[in-house]
Design a protein around this ligand. Structure first.
Ligand SMILES: [Zn+2]
Length: 233
């Protein structure tokens, strides 16, 4: 986001945004590193737990498959696949079980028609479009408003288009927290982790959730900066 607004103090708002993002990333990385090295006593792998959790909840037709990389785990609602990373799929650590359960939490959200998940999926195309549109609009507004009077309105429009990103990050929060809540309820009911292990699983999932809180704060600060820029013109 290096546009020629660098002479403006509002770029300072991006510093806390950066700090909170780095802090959350560091927190989730260290939690993952720690809990992926602690084996769960049951010896159940991420794949096995995911499959049994889906079965227990009467979910049919969702494949659990491996995906390359670290922390690349995700549920893809378009083709109904739970994709588990290398450190989760065939491993039986606390991290593996809790992350697999979290992704299945997203599956249950889809099957139980969880409201915030539906809203989130519905606005994805709008948000993708807004992300591409906001900065070009702002840039054109800033670069040409001196020559073409009235073009500064584009800065305001760009700022409000970017607000769609903040809304998206905001609606992501209940979706993520709820997936973890469903994960912990299923872990606890299944007895796959001991009580002590469940506490650790909860810590793992809380650290992961913080990255979404950080992303929301960062997008809000970016919006605030654009809004202040637009007010000044
Ligand atoms: Zn999630």
């Amino acid at each position: 986001m290096f546009f020629p607004f660098y002479l403006d103090w509002t770029w300072l708002l991006l510093i806390p945004a950066l700090i909170v993002t780095i802090w959350a990333q560091a927190k989730v990385s260290s939690a993952y590193k720690k809990y992926s090295q602690i084996p769960a006593q049951s010896g159940v792998t991420g794949r096995e737990f995911a499959q049994s959790m889906l079965r227990q909840n009467g979910v049919d037709g969702v494949a659990v498959q491996p995906v390359a990389g670290d922390m690349t785990d995700h549920f893809d609602p378009r083709n109904n696949t739970v994709n588990l990373s290398e450190g989760v799929y065939a491993k039986h650590s606390i991290a593996a079980v809790s992350i697999a359960a979290h992704e299945c939490g997203h599956v249950l959200q889809k099957y139980k028609k969880y409201g915030p998940m539906r809203v989130r999926n519905a606005i994805v195309p709008v948000v993708n479009f807004a992300t591409r549109l906001a900065f070009p609009l702002i840039l054109i507004g800033i670069l040409f408003s001196a020559r073409v009077p009235g073009l500064e309105i584009l800065v305001s429009i760009g700022a409000w288009v970017y607000f769609a990103v903040v809304i998206f990050q905001l609606i992501t929060l209940p979706v993520e927290f709820n997936a973890s809540k469903r994960a912990m309820a299923n872990i606890s009911a299944s007895g796959v982790l001991t009580v002590q292990e469940q506490t650790e699983a909860k810590r793992m999932l809380s650290a992961a959730a913080m990255t979404y809180v950080a992303a929301m704060l960062a997008s809000f600060l970016s919006f605030l900066r654009l809004f202040l820029l637009s007010r000044r013109r």
